[in-house]
Each structure stands twice: as C-alpha cells, then as structure tokens.
Design a protein around this ligand. Structure first.
Ligand code: SAM
Ligand code: FES
Length: 355
C-alpha cells in the first residue's frame, strides 16, 4: 500500500494501531491532532478499508430504521426533537403501523429492524415487549434492535426476554464534564453508562457511539473515546457529525466535519476490527457522497429509513436531514447504488457481528 502521509511518525503510529489494535495516549493525540493539519488522510482510510475487508469482505449490512415516535421527555441541548422544541409536530406510530413498516421492509430484503424514538413513556414496558414479540413471531429470521434511550434494568430484561436482540444507546461522550455541557442537569452521565453496562450484561448485542465535533469536544475527549471503546468492546459503534438544529440552544454552533468523521471511522475500525460501524445518515447529510466515503474508510453498515413518509420530516434531529421525502423502496434502491459505487454490496442477512 502506498503511504501518502508526509509525516512518517503519523503513518508509523497508524501501522502500529493496525498491527496491535491499541495506542498510548500520546500516540492517539498525534493521530487525532492530524485532522487539523494538511496531511493526506488516504493512507488511514485505506488501512480502515483493508481491515474491514479482512473480516467482512465487500459485504455491507442493512438495518431498517423505524422512527416510531418523536415525543421525548429529555431536553438534550443538541437534539431537534428535544422536549422544549415547541415548533415540531409530534407523532407516534401505532403497533399496527410499526408491524406494517417491518412487513414492507422484510419484502424489500431487510432482516434487521431498528425501533428508534425519543424517550417516550407513552409506550409502557408491556407495549414495547408486545411489539418486539410480534415482530419476532412474524419474522423469526430477523433481528430486532431497540434504540429508545435510558430505561430500567427490568425494562431491558423484559424486552430481551420478548426477543429483542440488540440495543443502540450512544453514550454521546465518554467524558463526564463534557456530558454535562451537552445535556440538562436532569440527565446524568453515570446513568447512561449504567444503562450501557446493564444492556451488555443482560445479553444484548450493544451499540454505543458519539457525535463528531459536538460543541466543546477536544482532542483529549477523543482520546477518552478511544479508551472507552477499547474497554467497553461494543458490538456496534455509531458515529456521525454533529449538525446544528435551528430550534436548539446549539443552533449557532459549528457542524462536525467530514474529514474528522471519516478519520474516526478508520481509527475505530483499526481499534475494533470486527465492530459494526454504520455510514450514518448524518454523514450523508453533510456531504452528498458522505456515506460512500464512510464505507470506503472502514464502515460496513447502512441504515435506510422504513418509517412512513408522512412522518419522516418530523423526526428532525438536525437541519437538512436527507431521505425525508422518499418511500422505503426508493431509499433501498438509492442506497444499493451508493454501496455499489463504493465497490461493495448489500447482503440480505441479519448481519451479526463476527465473533
Ligand atoms: N432516544 C434515543 C437515545 O437517546 O438513544 C434514540 C434517539 S436519539 C435522537 C439518536 C441519536 O441522534 C442520539 O444518540 C444523537 O447522537 C443523535 N443526534 C441527536 N441530535 C443530533 C444532532 N444535532 N446532530 C447529529 N446527531 C444528533
Ligand atoms: Fe434514502 Fe438515499 S438512502 S433516499
């Protein structure tokens, strides 16, 4: 492989990470600081891609995302569906609508359904268990993923017993002080971490993650992210750029960059070679080919939207979110072409992480 870096130290550190799966804090700082420089990152991306292919070949897994409620009791400072946003039309899908979305998805080739929403207590422990149970009964060959925030251990346990396979809960930042700057006082870093460790101990395949370029994020925070990921060993790591939403306290903050997001995808691939790493919608929002670039830098999952078209605009986490006007079939067609443009192909499979 041709090394385009003009900084030998940096490329040696990248090779060390590729070979050993770990770095010292000082080394992390060197590679992470390089996003501010003019160095050509293509060597790093190529390393991320080659490690991904070593385990997953050119396969890309798809997850059908069903954004079933935009009600949320939380008030995260970055999030467009936060409780205090009064300029949003709120919706909830019924159990039947959710089951219907999954049926359409199954016919389109999806074998994983991700139920995502705000923290909406309208859906009780039993409601979610019923939905999960019905989805798994209708589609026994599919995985069901939940992404509905912080709940009690008992809730998580009951949903796992009902058949839920996976849970996505981005930790948002591995630094407690940084967490407090992104969230209101009513929310706690310790509780979010408790949830992640409980999910794992119950037996969920667990995904965590963070926003790239969130307000106040520093290189030291990113080093901490790498440390946390290595220790927690998640099955999936979801990262995407922070993008401001005009109805939030962070409306005037700077957006996360394409370059840093791609570099972090590659670095996380080298850190956790078998992890599932999505090329996120947020990445596709900040650049028309963002998701293709993510796939070429080490990502191996895409998550097209299966929500009914009439509610998509209202699941507005950030401004200018893409794919709000398309039907599910159009989305999968578009993404199939994008994945192929990245030299990969979508496979119809639950897409569990390799062990
Ligand atoms: N309520 C669930 C939770 O808290 O995990 C799931 C829904 S939440 C809206 C999904 C993710 O969207 C968050 O974990 C956050 O990282 C991301 N997100 C929210 N606002 C964003 C923004 N302005 N830019 C980029 N990503 C954002
Ligand atoms: Fe939805 Fe492209 S992925 S339109």
């Amino acid at each position: 492989m041709h090394n385009l870096y003009n900084d030998t130290d940096t490329s040696n550190i990248i090779l060390k990470l590729k070979d050993t799966g770990n770095l010292t804090d000082e080394e992390w700082k060197v590679v992470l600081a390089n996003w501010e420089n003019e160095l050509d990152p293509s060597f790093l991306y190529a390393c991320g891609d080659s490690v991904c292919s070593r385990y997953y070949g050119d396969s890309v897994y798809i997850r059908g995302l069903i954004e079933f409620t935009n009600f949320c009791k939380n008030d995260c400072l970055y999030c467009g569906i936060r409780r205090d946003n009064r300029h949003l039309s709120r919706y909830r899908l019924t159990k039947e609508q959710i089951i219907d979305c999954a049926k359409t998805g199954y016919e389109l080739g999806f074998r994983t359904f991700v139920l995502q929403g705000g923290e909406d207590m309208h859906y009780t422990r039993k409601d979610i268990a019923d939905i999960v149970y019905t989805l798994k009964s209708n589609h026994p060959d599919c995985a069901v993923t939940l992404s509905i925030g912080e709940r009690s251990r008992e809730d998580y346990k009951v949903w796992h017993d009902a058949g839920a396979d996976r849970y996505l809960l981005r930790h948002e930042t591995a630094d407690k002080t940084h967490y407090a700057r992104l969230h209101p006082e009513s929310m706690s870093f310790d509780n979010r971490m408790r949830c992640l460790y409980e999910l794992k101990s119950i037996g969920y395949q667990t995904g965590c993650g963070f926003m790239v370029g969130s307000p106040y994020q520093t290189i030291d925070h990113l080093v901490r992210e790498m440390r946390f990921l290595k220790e927690f060993q998640p099955d999936m790591v979801g990262i995407g750029p922070f993008i401001p939403h005009h109805e939030t306290p962070f409306k005037n903050e700077r957006q996360g960059t394409l370059e840093l997001t791609l570099k972090l995808i590659s670095l996380i691939r080298l850190l956790l070679p078998k992890a599932l790493i999505p090329a996120t919608t947020a990445l596709g929002t900040i650049h028309p080919q963002g998701r293709e670039m993510g796939l070429k830098a080490g990502a191996n999952v895409v998550m097209p939207n299966l929500s009914p078209r009439q509610v998509r605009e209202d699941y507005s986490l950030y401004d200018n979110k893409i794919c709000t006007g398309e039907e599910a079939a159009e989305c999968i067609g578009c993404l199939t072409r994008r994945v192929e443009a990245a030299g990969k192909h979508i496979i119809i499979d639950r897409g569990d992480r390799l062990i």
